[in-house]
Design a protein around this ligand. Structure first.
Ligand code: ADP
Ligand code: MG
Length: 274
C-alpha cells in the first residue's frame, strides 16, 4: 500500500488548453502481434501538452507493449504514432507488416520520448551523475560542463543531490528510480512514458517516487503513466484508459471513470484493485 498522500487534484496545466490543437502525442489504431498472439488490437490515445494520461488494466492486457511501441522498442504492425506533430513514417516490409521507414527519424523521435521503466534500468557501472549526462552528451551532443550543471539541478529536483557520485547498486530502489527519472528529464523529452514506475519498490519507498511524479505533473510535463496505484492515478491524471485484452475498453476523466464505470470488465477490475 502506498503511504497516504495529499488529495489535491492536479489541475490541467495552462499549456494543456493552449496547445490543444497539436497533441504532444497521438497514437492511432495501434496493432501489435507476437507471432500468432495479437497483443494490441487497435489502441489509440492522445495527450495534449501538459496532460497526464494513465493506463490501467490487468497484467497481460498489453500496457507495456503499448508504451514500448510508442518509442519503438517494439515495432508496431500497424497504426500511426505522432510525436509533437511529427508522424513516424512507416513502410510495408516483405512479410506485409508495417515497419518504420527511416531509422534516423526513429532515433530523433525516440530522443523526444522519455521512458521510465519498472526496473529503473540505470547503467550499473556508471555513477548517478554519469548516468544522467550520458545521453545529453552522446545523443544531444551537449557540452559536458552544461550537462553536468543541469544534472545537478535535476538531482536537486528529485532529492538526490548528495548521491551524484554513488553507483546505482549503492542506492535504494526508490533512490534508483528517482535517479532514473532525473536521467529521463535530462533529455528534455516532449513526452514521458512511465511503465509501472513504483511496482518494483518496497511499499515504504513508493511515496517518495510518487511525490516526484506528482511534481512533474504539476510542472506541466506530458506523461503517459501505466500504474496500479489507483488512488494516485485518480489524483494526477487528466484522463484514464482502461485496457482489456489489447483494446481500450473504457476511457474518461478519472472521477467519472472510477465513480461510474460503464463496462462490467472495468467494474470487476476496480472491485479487485481498489
Ligand atoms: P502488461 O504490461 O499489460 O502486463 P504486456 O504488454 O507486458 O502486458 O504483455 C501483453 C501480452 O504480450 C502478454 O500475453 C505477454 O506475454 C505478451 N508479450 C509481451 N512481450 C512479448 C514478447 N516480446 N514476445 C512474445 N509475447 C510477448
Ligand atoms: Mg507491463
Amino acid at each position: 500500500r502506498a503511504p497516504a498522500m495529499a488529495t489535491t487534484i492536479v489541475q490541467p496545466h495552462p499549456a494543456a488548453s493552449a496547445a490543444r490543437a497539436t497533441p504532444a502525442i497521438e497514437v492511432v489504431n495501434l496493432h501489435k502481434s507476437f507471432g500468432q498472439l495479437e497483443v494490441l488490437s487497435g489502441v489509440g490515445l492522445s495527450a495534449s501538452a501538459g496532460e497526464v494520461v494513465s493506463m490501467i488494466g490487468s497484467s497481460g492486457s498489453g500496457k507495456s507493449t503499448f508504451l514500448r511501441c510508442i518509442n519503438l522498442l517494439e515495432q508496431p504492425n500497424d497504426g500511426r504514432i505522432i510525436v509533437d506533430g511529427e508522424e513516424i513514417r512507416m513502410k510495408k516490409a516483405s512479410d506485409g507488416k508495417a515497419q518504420p521507414a527511416d531509422m534516423r527519424q526513429v532515433e530523433r523521435i525516440r530522443a523526444r520520448v522519455g521512458m521510465v521503466f519498472q526496473s529503473f534500468n540505470l547503467w550499473p557501472h556508471l555513477t548517478v551523475l554519469e548516468n544522467i549526462i550520458e545521453a545529453p552528451v552522446h545523443v544531444l551532443k551537449e557540452r559536458r560542463a552544461d550537462a553536468v550543471e543541469r544534472a545537478h539541478e535535476l538531482l536537486r529536483k528529485v532529492g538526490l543531490s548528495d548521491k551524484h557520485a554513488h553507483y546505482p547498486g549503492q542506492l535504494s530502489g526508490g533512490q534508483q528510480q528517482r535517479a532514473a527519472i532525473a536521467r529521463t528529464l535530462a533529455m528534455q523529452p516532449k513526452v514521458i512514458l512511465l511503465d509501472e514506475p513504483t511496482s518494483a519498490l518496497d511499499p515504504e519507498l513508493v511515496g517518495e517516487v510518487l511525490r516526484v511524479i506528482r511534481q512533474l505533473a504539476e510542472e506541466g510535463n506530458t506523461m503517459i503513466l501505466v500504474t496500479h496505484e489507483m488512488q494516485f492515478a485518480r489524483e494526477v491524471s487528466h484522463k484514464i484508459l482502461f485496457l482489456h485484452r489489447g483494446k481500450v475498453e473504457e476511457e474518461g476523466a478519472p472521477a467519472e471513470l472510477f465513480a461510474n464505470p460503464r463496462s462490467e470488465r472495468l467494474r470487476q477490475f476496480l472491485a479487485r484493485t481498489l
